[in-house]
Design a protein around this ligand. Structure first.
Ligand code: GLN
Length: 283
C-alpha cells in the first residue's frame, strides 16, 4: 500500500468513527510512523509502506478511533512554539493556557526584578514552568505537583529545553512543599492551572479528554475547590505587589474574582475564543 492510499483509508475510517479532524489526524500519525513532516507525505505519496510501517500505522489509527488523543499517540505536543513530551500521566498542554504564560511573561518583564522567582503549582508536563524559564532567561522557577510521574515528565521537558538548572521540582500538595522547604520565601509570581472542571461536567467531557488524568481535571462541585485552598496559601508566599495567575473555565469568572477580595487588584481575562480563561490578581 502506498502513502496516498494509506492516508485515504485511515481518513475514511476515522471519519466513520466520528473523529473530529480525520484528515489531520491520519496525516499526523503517518508522519510520526515515517518520521517525516506532513508535507513530506504529499511529496512522496506513491512511496510504498513496508509491513512494519503499515502495522504500526494501523495500530495507531485504531487507538485514535477509540478516542485516544493524538498527542499521547505521538508522545509530544507543541505549546508556546516549544515541543513538549507528553504521556497519559499528564494533561496535554492546551493553546488556551498560552494566555496564562503570555500574561505571566509580560507581568514579570514589567516588574523589573533582577532575578525573579516564579512558582508553577500543579506543573503537570511542565508546560508553564518550562515556557516561563525559556522566555525569561534570568527567571528561577519552583514547579510543584502531587504526581511523581508528572514531575518526571516535567523534568524531562526542562532538560529538553535546557532550563533544568533554573527549575526546582517539588513533590506535594499546592504550595505546601514550598512553605515547608523554603520557609519565608516570597515569589514574584505564582501560576496555577489546577483542575477546574466542575465534577458534574466530567461525564460530558469529550472522549479524548476522558483519556487524560481525571486528577488534573476534576475541581469539585463548582470546579474551584483547589483555587479556594490555593489563594490563602498564596497570600503567605507572594511578595507584596506580586501576582497570582489562575486558569479557569467558562462561567467561573465571577466566583473566581470573589476569591481575591483581600487582594489589591484582580482582573479577568478571556481567551481567543472569547471565553473566561484567566484571573490575574495582585497582592
Ligand atoms: N481546559 C481543560 C479542559 O477543558 C481543563 C483543564 C483544567 O481543569 N485545568 O479540558
Amino acid at each position: 500500500m502506498d502513502i496516498k492510499t494509506a492516508l485515504a483509508t485511515a481518513r475514511a475510517f476515522l471519519q466513520e468513527k466520528e473523529i473530529e479532524t480525520p484528515r489531520l489526524d491520519a496525516e499526523v500519525l503517518l508522519a510520526h510512523v515515517l518520521r517525516c513532516s506532513r508535507a513530506g507525505l504529499y511529496a512522496n505519496s506513491h512511496r510504498q509502506l513496508n509491513e512494519n510501517e503499515l502495522n504500526r500505522y494501523k495500530k495507531l489509527v485504531e487507538k485514535r478511533a477509540c478516542g485516544q488523543p493524538v498527542a499521547y499517540l505521538v508522545g509530544h505536543k507543541e505549546f508556546m512554539g516549544l515541543d513538549f513530551t507528553v504521556s497519559p500521566a499528564v494533561l496535554i498542554p492546551r493553546p488556551d493556557t498560552e494566555l496564562l504564560v503570555e500574561t505571566a511573561v509580560s507581568l514579570l518583564k514589567k516588574s523589573g526584578a533582577a532575578e525573579p522567582l516564579a512558582v508553577d503549582v500543579g506543573t503537570g508536563s511542565g508546560a508553564i514552568a518550562v515556557s516561563l524559564a525559556h522566555f525569561i532567561p534570568e527567571l528561577h522557577v519552583l514547579a510543584v505537583d502531587v504526581s511523581e510521574d508528572a514531575l518526571a515528565a516535567a523534568r524531562q521537558n526542562a532538560r529538553l529545553h535546557g532550563v533544568e538548572n533554573r527549575i526546582k521540582f517539588l513533590h506535594g500538595n499546592l504550595l505546601e512543599p514550598v512553605m515547608e522547604q523554603y520557609p519565608g520565601l516570597k515569589a514574584d509570581i505564582i501560576c496555577a492551572n489546577l483542575p477546574y472542571v466542575p465534577s458534574g461536567d466530567i461525564p460530558q467531557l469529550a472522549r479524548e479528554v476522558k483519556n487524560e488524568p481525571i486528577t488534573a481535571l476534576d475541581g469539585g462541585p463548582d470546579g474551584l475547590d483547589f483555587y479556594r485552598q490555593l489563594v490563602p496559601q498564596a497570600e503567605k508566599t507572594i511578595k507584596p505587589g506580586g501576582s497570582l495567575l489562575i486558569e479557569i473555565g467558562p462561567g467561573q469568572g465571577k466566583p473566581a474574582l470573589e476569591l481575591f477580595n483581600n487582594w489589591s487588584e484582580a482582573e479577568l481575562y478571556h481567551d481567543l475564543g472569547g471565553r473566561e480563561r484567566l484571573v490575574a490578581a495582585q497582592l
